[in-house]
Design a protein around this ligand. Structure first.
Ligand code: R5P
Length: 281
């Protein structure tokens, strides 16, 4: 078994290969004179694991090319972060279901797919091969444990992410609640007033995606107003679009952590253990 990777998933691929105790293949990435991408897997095997967060068009194309290069092998595609997953329905007539289009394109050549904390598990049904979603809620809980906080409060920005927050809080049997966010547009959210047991406590807001940071910034404002001692953020996928990281810093968050599903300076949580376990099974 060998692990290959898109250029932007190198760190996670290396960590996963180490946990699996298997080799990481060398992949050569170059471009043709016309700017088109050229890839070459230098050493392959009968079983191939592709680690590919489709964070941008270039990475998506690299995933498709890797799948094709692995033709004839038993291939597992791991999509730690799946781009376009949030367009999971036709919001307006004439729009694509982008998550479906991505799932179909990324199924060709894959024997099975793993995603991590995908936006909505209904998307898994669009893959043309078996697809399973994995969660790193326990890993986020372990990360929070290292902070040695006394009686922290774990919160999700909305009810949709509450189950995820419960998975995080189960690690330390911490209190867990949710806020009531409503999305107005891709970049705007409102937070309904809600009294929380936040006064004098360290609060950690957890979510699957930190996109523009709007949800977490609004939540942090409410918690600080209600007298929280500190507010921290921990998300699975740190997209940080439109200056999202700065927005969170300016909102007064004491710590901003994300995982290596998207490789960032804030990636202090790794999804490699969960991926290695799933591949082994
Ligand atoms: C929504 O469904 C997700 O769980 C996140 O809450 C959302 O993507 C966060 O977006 P933003 O950071 O732009 O508020």
């Amino acid at each position: 078994m060998k692990v290959v990777y898109t250029e932007k998933s190198q760190v996670l691929a290396a960590r996963t290969a180490q946990k699996l105790g298997c080799r990481l293949s060398e992949v050569k990435y170059t471009t043709f004179p016309d700017g088109e991408q050229s890839i070459r897997i230098m050493d392959d095997d009968d079983q191939m694991i592709i680690i590919a967060s489709t964070v941008d068009p270039e990475s998506t194309l690299q995933a498709i090319l890797l799948l094709d290069a692995c033709e004839g092998k038993e291939t597992t595609l791991v999509l730690p972060y799946m781009g376009y997953a949030r367009q999971d329905k036709k919001f307006n007539e004439g729009e694509p279901i982008s998550a479906r289009a991505m799932a179909r394109a990324l199924s060709t050549g894959a024997d099975r797919v793993f995603t991590i904390n995908i936006h909505d598990t209904s998307i898994l049904g669009h893959f043309r091969c078996p697809a399973k979603n994995l969660t790193i809620a326990p890993e986020i809980g372990e990360y929070i444990s290292t902070m040695n906080l006394e009686n922290p409060l774990i919160l999700s920005p909305d009810e949709g992410a509450w189950e995820f927050a419960k998975g995080v809080s189960a690690v330390g049997k911490w209190d867990c609640d949710h806020l009531d966010k409503t999305r107005l547009s891709g970049s705007e959210v409102t937070m309904a007033p809600k009294h929380l047991e936040a006064k004098g406590r360290d609060c950690i807001i957890v979510d699957d995606i930190i996109a523009t940071g709007g949800s977490m910034a609004k939540a942090a404002g409410m918690l600080l107003e209600q007298g929280a001692t500190s507010v921290r953020a921990a998300g699975v996928h740190g997209v940080f679009a439109s200056g999202g990281y700065i927005k969170l810093m300016q909102a007064g968050l004491a710590d901003i952590a994300s995982s290596d599903t998207i490789e960032r300076a804030s990636s202090r949580i790794t999804a490699s253990g969960v991926i290695a376990d799933a591949v082994r099974k």
